[in-house]
Design a protein around this ligand. Structure first.
Ligand code: GDP
Ligand code: GDP
Length: 495
């Protein structure tokens, strides 16, 4: 058996041994003439830089990109003239060009340069504003360049620079190399945290997405990655704490630096469970500042990493809105299913429906929600729905039982013999319009688990219609107990 053991990366990280594709990316920002190119050249040691010409809105702009070496630290560094143009030509708050969006999407860190000789310049503030608008998740490191001969006024400019709102600046001189060690001290811990996270994420992603061949190994014994997702205030953090059975401080010291909290580990009935979501906590710190897209991005990322997605709904909101799921909840659930994750729906705050006058409502919710959930997410059947009160710690066991049950089903492996005996029965069970419309499946086999994926070999030129796939999917779910997990059926023709 050649299954890789799960590696957990820890500090210290040797950046010199890391594949360039995985290194973090740092963008150099600043108004014209502050010394962006000078710093860029120093960081890449004037090695030949890659130059991309990105046509954008009829203007060709350059992004220089290279690998920075700062002592034993390595990262991708971007020096973007295009962004400078965008900032200084006053279009800052107007629009993001597609190129900028592209660059920002693959940038995790930024160095914002000011010219210490000029002091804080109004355009520096514009650059800061621009970054806040377009990439609020990036908190730049402010550096005061050209500080080799500035003397006393350094402290003065440093205090001016606080107005940017990005913390204490670091004094450097790109031309002489002064302050490079200080820059290292600031960058190194941030990049190292990022690197640990990235390497560990990649590990679990490989776990999730790599093609797995059938084996006798029981995957359901492997650690379970659980993402708790949902709209703000539905009670995700409360549930999480209930599951952990102890209060924890989960929010990092700074907004955007909550990466450390991404994975919380606990044991449940001898099984290791990783919680792989901070969307809720991130939302909390970013709620007032950041765009909604941030939490959506974040939850997309956690969906990719999760095996099982627990979508939390709020019973009070259901009553107010008279429907089980809002649009955004449906979107998240469907996305989880499309990504091949198992799904469990949790209806929280059931304690609000206690008491005589609510008993009708209580009953109604319990009956209606599972039906409605199933109606809006027809892609998978048998989605477990659990009713809980996270605040009172009720339903913890039920949640975990459904999560683990769904995980086991998601890991199911059915033997080919069993499947083909089943196929004969199931094909005769269905009444087809006529024999011509009946698909001619010669052979049916499971090629992969997590989620269960099957191949139907069809004779001749026949094809499975969508209704055939629905029928087979539902039959598989009913006959083999595969509720809450996506089931994939691939068709191949055999002549
Ligand atoms: P950019 O427009 O931000 O890319 O700025 P450049 O890197 O082209 O630098 C603008 C000017 O500042 C050039 O004349 C550089 O020689 C000068 N410069 C850059 N860094 C330093 C520095 O650390 N000290 C001094 N004295 N001049 C610098
Ligand atoms: P999150 O934004 O989804 O993480 O939600 P929180 O866990 O922060 O909860 C939002 C609010 O709902 C808080 O005031 C919680 O105390 C409250 N809350 C959470 N779970 C329950 C519950 O089961 N019942 C009631 N009545 N309130 C709850």
């Amino acid at each position: 058996n050649n299954k890789k053991p799960t590696v957990v990366y820890k500090k210290p990280i040797d950046f010199t041994k890391i594949d360039a594709k995985l290194l973090p990316t740092v963008m150099i920002l600043g108004r014209p003439n502050v010394g962006k190119s000078a710093l860029y050249n120093r960081l890449i040691r004037r090695r030949e830089a890659l130059v991309y010409n990105t046509p954008d809105d009829h203007v060709t702009r350059d992004i220089r990109e290279g690998i920075a070496k700062l002592a034993d630290l390595r990262f991708n560094v971007l020096d973007s003239a295009g962004i400078e143009t965008e900032v200084s030509s006053g279009t800052i708050l107007g629009r993001t060009t597609s190129m900028t969006a592209n660059v920002l999407a693959r940038t995790q860190f930024a160095v914002l340069i000011i010219d210490v000789r000029a002091g804080l310049h109004p355009l520096d503030l514009e650059v800061g504003k621009w970054l806040r608008k377009h990439a609020p998740q990036i908190k730049p490191i402010v550096v005061m360049n050209k500080s080799e001969s500035i003397g006393d006024s350094l402290a003065e400019v440093a205090s001016e620079a606080l107005a940017l709102g990005f913390g204490e600046p670091t004094a450097i001189s790109a031309e002489t190399g002064l302050g490079m060690n200080a820059l290292y001290e600031v960058l190194h811990p941030l990049l190292e945290d990022y690197m640990v996270q990235t390497l560990n994420d990649r590990c679990t992603q490989d776990d999730v997405t790599s093609e797995e061949n059938l084996s006798d190994e029981d995957d359901s014994k492997l650690p379970l990655q659980l993402a708790i997702v949902g709209r703000p205030n539905v009670g995700k953090s409360t549930l999480l704490n209930a599951l952990l059975e102890e209060e924890r401080v989960l929010v990092g010291p700074e907004a955007g630096l909550t990466r450390d909290a991404v994975r919380v580990q606990f044991e449940f009935q001898g099984r290791t469970v990783y919680m792989v979501d901070t969307a809720g906590w991130l939302e909390r710190t970013e709620r007032d500042k950041g765009p909604a897209s941030l939490s959506i991005m974040q939850s997309r990322k956690s969906l990719m990493r999760a095996h099982i997605v627990a979508l939390v709904l709020d019973a009070e909101e259901i009553i107010k809105g008279q429907r089980s799921m809002t649009h955004s909840e449906v979107v998240i659930a469907r996305r989880a299913v499309e990504e091949g994750r198992g799904l469990v729906v949790i209806v929280n705050k059931m304690d609000c429906l206690r008491g005589k006058k609510n008993s009708e409502m209580y009953k109604k919710i319990k009956e209606a929600v599972p039906i409605e959930v199933q109606t809006v997410i027809p892609q998978i059947t048998g989605i477990p729905v659990v009713f809980i009160s996270a605040l009172e710690g009720r339903g913890r066991l039920q949640v975990m039982n459904e999560v683990i049950g769904t995980y086991k089903r998601w890991c199911s492996r059915l033997s080919t013999g069993r499947l083909n005996r089943w196929l004969i029965k199931v094909m005769s069970r269905h009444s087809w319009k006529d024999s011509a419309s009946q698909p001619k499946i010669k052979f049916f086999t499971q090629v992969k688990a997590r989620p269960p994926t099957f191949v139907a070999f069809l004779t001749g030129k026949t094809q499975l219609l969508e209704s055939d796939i629905r029928f087979l999917t539902k039959s598989l779910k009913d006959d083999f107990d595969l509720g809450g997990t996506p089931i994939r059926i691939i068709q191949r023709s055999v002549l």
